[in-house]
Design a protein around this ligand. Structure first.
Ligand code: SF4
Length: 354
């Protein structure tokens, strides 16, 4: 894995360089319902997400954005479209970051005005957020519609303008598409031409398993290649699901130390007992306990006593079910035998001390 981006500042957080990838989410409560917005941002923080984006749109009061910034322990990013004055207002409100889509903000002059204002706050980061759905007309015409090459051209056009002509470096870039291949190809190319950190994600990925799988497919490749300095799992779902999925991706790639890993029998002709049911119960319990914030631990739930402990010997603790019996083991060593599957499962849960 290589990491070639430069480090930038987003409030109290450093992004890019040698820093670990940062998870972001986006609250759904409108700013004019400020109490709900603050509550939702706090929920994200308690789930381990320190960077929260909020839509800041026409009609939203700057005063509410200020309240959100003041009441949130983490970093607030304002998401701006169409009106550059909203970006200026968000900067005044004290946000840690703004996300603008240069393709719809009204041209170079407007972008320049935003950047000149951003320069006055050194801890403020700007994101140049290019999306497949809002590419500039000339780029769409040149490439015959939305393409990863168009995403690259638009991103670099603005990154080069901001860095070389306006002399501003505290920005990151994102080029998102709802297509995994297009997004990966665009991010790879962009990194070849700029060392600005990349915020990545698969936009409009959907919800449920479909959205999780699509997002994970794209984000994992980019994380593994060292191209994702910060990311959001964009799901048609709750922020809880987005954040949990984000941590699950990081854990699966060994990019976080903490958290509980669950290994389990994929089931076969040798499987004993209700292994799927025990697995589901355990997963539910671990989700409730926010497994991704717990100390490092590996748990195994195996379906046979012959291969079970052996296949899962690297697990800290686990059970292996047999015919009318079950084994409880720790690091491959059998500690206790049971004549009942449920008793073994309950013993395992008690020993987790969650
Ligand atoms: S753990 Fe045992 S039951 Fe489960 S898949 Fe492996 S061999 Fe089959």
């Amino acid at each position: 894995m290589k990491k070639k981006s430069r480090e930038i500042t987003l409030g109290s957080i450093k992004i890019g360089g040698a820093n670990p990838p940062v998870i972001q989410t986006m609250i759904t409560s409108p700013l004019n319902n400020i109490d709900e917005a603050v509550k939702e941002a706090e929920t994200a923080y308690d789930l381990g997400c320190k960077v929260v984006r909020t839509a800041f749109k026409k009609g939203d009061k700057e005063e509410n954005l200020k309240k959100l910034v003041k009441n949130f322990k983490g970093e607030i990013i304002a998401d701006i479209h169409f009106d550059h004055k909203l970006a200026l207002s968000a900067i005044d409100a004290g946000v840690s970051g703004i996300r603008i889509n240069p393709g719809n903000i009204g041209g170079k002059e407007k972008v320049s005005e935003i950047i000149e204002s951003a320069k006055k706050r050194t801890e403020l980061a700007v994101r140049i957020g290019v999306n497949g759905g809002s590419l500039e007309k000339d780029i769409l015409e040149k490439h015959g519609g939305v393409s990863w090459e168009g995403l690259v051209e638009s991103s670099l056009r603005w990154a080069e303008y901001i860095e070389n002509e306006l002399g501003y470096k505290n920005f990151k870039v994102s080029a998102k598409s709802s297509n995994v291949t297009e997004t990966v190809l665009a991010c790879r190319k962009i990194r070849q031409h700029t060392d600005a950190p990349l915020h990545v994600g698969i936009t409009e990925a959907g919800g449920g398993k479909r959205g999780i799988i699509k997002s994970s497919a794209g984000i994992s490749v980019l994380l593994f290649e060292g191209l994702a300095d910060t990311f959001r799992v964009s799901l048609t779902d709750t922020i809880e699901e987005e954040i949990k999925t984000g941590f699950n991706i990081l854990k699966s790639l060994d990019l976080i130390e903490n958290g509980v890993e669950l290994i389990s029998c994929p089931t076969c002709g040798r499987t004993h007992g209700e292994i799927i049911s025990y697995y589901n119960k355990l997963e539910k319990l671990l989700d409730e306990k926010k497994w991704w914030l717990l100390p490092k631990m590996k748990i195994a739930v195996m379906g046979c006593e012959v291969n079970g402990p052996g296949e899962a010997k690297e697990a800290d603790l686990g059970i292996a079910l047999g015919k009318n019996c079950a084994l409880y083991f720790e690091k491959g060593e059998i500690i206790k035998k049971f004549n009942d599957h449920s008793e073994a499962f309950e013993y395992l849960v008690r020993n987790l001390s969650l």
